[in-house]
Design a protein around this ligand. Structure first.
Ligand code: GDD
Length: 415
């Protein structure tokens, strides 16, 4: 792959935020360009083998999940964490069938679990991580699903974790996202690295035409205020942050282990806020001295593919934006000026006066014994399953049977 060399890198304490890099060529063979970052296929493949891709899912169309599963490169493992309805229709059961089907056809290792599985609460209590629980089960929320996935990846000894939403209409774009993650990791000089994607376009139908929009409302606003926060800290105005809400992102396990997580959809902007607070120039002493010494690198890559996903409506967008802005508002780095502007923006949106509610936080998982977590989970869980782990020979030797199964599966889906 050929990636643009970032023109500028914002350095803030131990944090390096690289400017947006465009994909010049997705597959550039072994061509070594003097004008770009060249990442050989083999290097990407090597990273993929050490990675797990986590798919958080809640009540999405099965066809979309199916496309996403097919698009993730074979060399990486997949972890599906579902919070889908079990009643009146058991959507989880339908997802499970799709996952099993793909794993049987391809031999790709896929783990799957339901977020509300009582066994998860047993396992989290056992490793003393009750921050993710509400009552006797795991809280709702995308971040909570992602965190379960990270722990499962850690238990498998994976060195990189990436996230892909399940509601993507373009399987080819999902395939690119995973390759972009791997390429970003190949460029990093630090073992503490995050790769965040900005979509080239997010097309919309406007006046009966397809309009290739660049920014969504949530991203535009979150980026603006994250940049304002960073500028207020450094006293130099910057617009370096372009991926404040990047749902599609990936990180090294070393970084995942030391991150604090904000609940629900505020998880992605909070990565920036937390890293600035913990590793920025004015940070107090951090317990993560190795990371402070090595430095933390954030790559922002603009995808070649456009992003088309399920639209969930105005209310959903507003809730996501308020949760995002609230992480900035409540940051200990936030100045009175930034807070005032934010408060006015939020009041205008909600029609309510006062401070936005603060998001819940979940502490770093570094101290958790992930193997023990998995062991307890395996014995207490009702839904945890692994597919495709030993079926590689079966998948390659039984192509006719697989084709038949494939046809049968889709006949069943259509009914
Ligand atoms: N496990 C789990 N648990 N998954 C969930 C939950 C939950 O409680 N809630 C949502 N998801 C899944 C969805 O099914 C989807 O696969 C993914 O998380 C993203 O959720 P969406 O509701 O589709 O979010 P979005 O498309 O509006 O926003 C996405 O893009 C934003 C950037 O524009 C998300 O990735 C955001 O996090 C991101 O900021």
């Amino acid at each position: 792959m050929l990636l643009e060399i970032p023109r500028h890198t914002e350095i803030f304490g131990s944090l390096k935020i690289h400017e947006l890099q465009r994909v010049i060529k997705l597959d550039s063979g072994d061509f070594e360009s003097p004008l770009a970052n060249s990442i050989p296929r083999e290097a990407i493949r090597d990273v993929l083998k050490r990675s797990a891709m986590i798919i958080p899912i809640k009540n999405e169309k099965i066809h979309l999940l199916d496309g996403v599963l097919r698009a993730i490169p074979h060399d990486t493992s997949v972890i599906v964490v579902s919070n889908s309805a079990r009643e009146p229709q058991d959507r989880y059961k339908m997802e499970r069938e799709a996952v099993e089907h793909i794993a049987n056809l391809t031999g790709q290792p896929i783990m799957m679990i339901h977020q509300k599985d009582a066994g998860l609460a047993v396992a989290f209590n056992d490793v003393r991580y009750e921050h993710i629980l509400q009552g006797d089960s795991v809280r709702d929320g995308k971040a909570e699903g992602m965190l379960i996935g990270i722990l499962l990846a850690k238990s498998m000894g994976k060195e990189f974790v990436g996230f892909v939403d399940a509601d993507n209409y373009i399987p080819g774009s999902v395939n690119e996202y995973v390759m972009d993650y791997a390429a970003g990791f190949c460029l990093s000089e630090s073992p503490y690295c995050m790769v965040r994607l900005a979509w080239r376009y997010k097309p919309k139908v406007m006046e009966e035409r397809l309009y290739f929009r660049k920014w969504g409302r949530v991203s535009e606003s979150t980026n603006k205020y994250l940049n304002m926060l960073l500028s207020a800290c450094t006293n130099f105005e910057t617009g370096v942050i372009k991926t404040g809400n990047a749902g599609e992102h990936a990180m090294t396990m070393k970084l995942a282990e030391i991150l604090e997580f904000s609940t629900g959809y505020s998880i992605e902007p909070y990565h920036f806020v937390y890293l600035m607070e913990e590793f920025g120039a004015c940070a107090a002493e951090t317990p993560f001295t190795d990371a402070a010494r090595e430095g933390i690198e954030i790559f922002q890559i603009e995808t070649l593919n456009p992003h088309i996903h399920e639209e969930k409506g105005e209310e959903h967008i507003n809730a996501m934006l308020i949760a995002s802005l609230s992480t900035i508002y409540h940051s200990k780095l936030c100045t009175d000026f930034v807070r005032d502007v934010l408060r006015r923006e939020i009041e205008e949106m909600t029609g309510k006066r006062g401070e936005p509610p603060e998001n819940l936080k979940m502490p770093p998982i570094q101290g958790i014994d992930a193997e023990r977590f998995l062991k307890v989970l395996e014995s207490a869980s009702e839904t945890f399953e692994r597919f495709g782990y030993h079926s590689h020979e079966h998948a390659t030797s039984a192509s006719t049977a697989a084709e038949e199964e494939e046809n049968g599966f889709y006949d069943a889906l259509e009914k």
